[in-house]
Structure formats: C-alpha cells, structure tokens
Design a protein. Structure first.
Length: 55
C-alpha cells in the first residue's frame, strides 16, 4: 500500500502532492518505515541513533 499523505520538510505543511504547493519543495512521506523482525539494517539504524544522542 502506498501512503497518500505527504509532508513538506521546509514549511511542515501536509499535502497529497509530490511538490509542496506553498514553497515548491519536494515532499516526503511522514510515516516511519515498517518494522520487521528480519530487518538486516537494525544495527546500523541503532548506531546512527546512538551517535545522534551523544552529540
């Protein structure tokens, strides 16, 4: 299933379009990735999050 709602990273407005109608920036999906117990990148994401907390 593809998510329909999009969020502009610059002005934080929500839209259904791929380009923000207010500022013209490409929008992103505001939903987190789905969790899978067989995910092979869990360690890398954990280390990145840990580094961000230390900074």
């Amino acid at each position: 299933m593809r998510w329909l709602i999009r969020k502009c990273p610059q002005c934080s407005s929500y839209t259904l379009r791929d380009i923000c109608p207010y500022c013209g920036v490409k929008t992103v999906t505001p939903h987190p990735p789905r969790f899978s117990p067989k995910d092979k990148y869990v360690r890398e994401r954990f280390l990145i999050r840990l580094e961000d907390q230390v900074k």
